[in-house]
Design a protein. Structure first.
Length: 281
């Protein structure tokens, strides 16, 4: 049994659930319509993989896939060689998943309804759809909440009612969605009305701008409020991406820098210690 998710925090939570018998204790009565998958859902994991490619960002067409993933991973590592190494580790993990599927192992894919997770699911499905593998899709059950990474491992056994074996038609549909996103090859993908769509990098700019009133605001406070509002709208954004958008709006003259401040809490100095203000039109 091979498990796939799309962030390291999800991997940790799933490990706690899947590989600790006293926490799991799945009962058929908890599974509802998924009760026919009792054996597959109650089996421990042989390996859990975090495919941390964040496929909602940067270009994804085949000709630039590797270079764009490495460019994205560069945001997480101070040295370029480490981003390249991480890309290759994830690539090798995907190759392993494919080999296991070819050998008849069951693949469980855990995802939730935000861009990077849905894109990750589409991508993995597109790599597996011609193998005739047993693929179990396990969506997070409540789209108004967060993600598997925020779930209590003790509670996951109650959250599997939407798990199901993927049909050939479903695999074809998700694979086609991935192919369409690749052909559009935008810089950013978001979720609207439960569908992943391709958009421009400035998609969130209006929302971010609206998070500041006419008073001066600390850069980091604008960042935090913006991330929260993006989440409330059913999407996810990395803090570095929102920082890039704020910087772009400063460069365009929508905000002006009026001063600096001392850090007020731990790690605040990871971000610009600027005081900014909307410009008067």
């Amino acid at each position: 049994m091979i498990d796939v998710c799309f962030s390291d925090s999800e991997k940790g939570i799933l490990n706690e659930f899947l590989n600790h018998k006293e926490q799991k204790s799945i009962s058929k009565e908890y599974l509802g319509y998924a009760s026919d998958l009792y054996d597959a859902l109650s089996a421990p994991s042989e390996k859990i993989f975090s495919i941390r490619y964040y496929l909602d960002r940067f270009h994804i067409s085949d000709d630039v896939f590797e270079s764009e993933r490495i460019e994205l991973l560069n945001h997480f590592y101070p040295r370029a060689c480490n981003a390249k190494r991480r890309y290759n580790i994830i690539k090798n993990d995907i190759d392993y998943i494919i080999r296991e599927a070819e050998n008849g192992n069951t693949i469980r894919i855990w995802y939730f309804h935000v861009g990077y997770s849905l894109c990750g699911m589409y991508y993995i499905v597109s790599r597996l759809k011609n193998i005739n593998a047993n693929i179990i899709l396990i969506p997070y059950p409540d789209r108004s909440l967060d993600a598997w990474s925020f779930a209590d491992p003790w509670e996951i056994k109650y959250m599997l009612t939407s798990a199901h074996s993927a049909s050939a038609e479903e695999l074809e549909t998700y694979s086609a969605k991935w192919k369409k996103l690749c052909s559009e090859n935008s810089e950013l993908r978001v979720v609207e009305n439960d569908e992943v769509i391709s958009v421009n990098d400035d998609y969130f700019d209006e929302l971010v701008y609206s998070c500041a009133d006419e008073k001066p605001i600390h850069y980091v406070h604008l960042l935090g409020v913006s991330l929260g509002r993006i989440g409330d709208a059913g999407n996810f954004a990395l803090d570095g991406f929102v920082c890039d958008r704020i910087n772009e709006m400063i460069d365009r003259g929508l905000f002006k820098v009026i001063g600096q401040h001392e850090p007020e809490f731990e790690y605040e100095d990871l971000y610009p210690l600027l005081i900014i203000e909307k410009t008067k039109n």
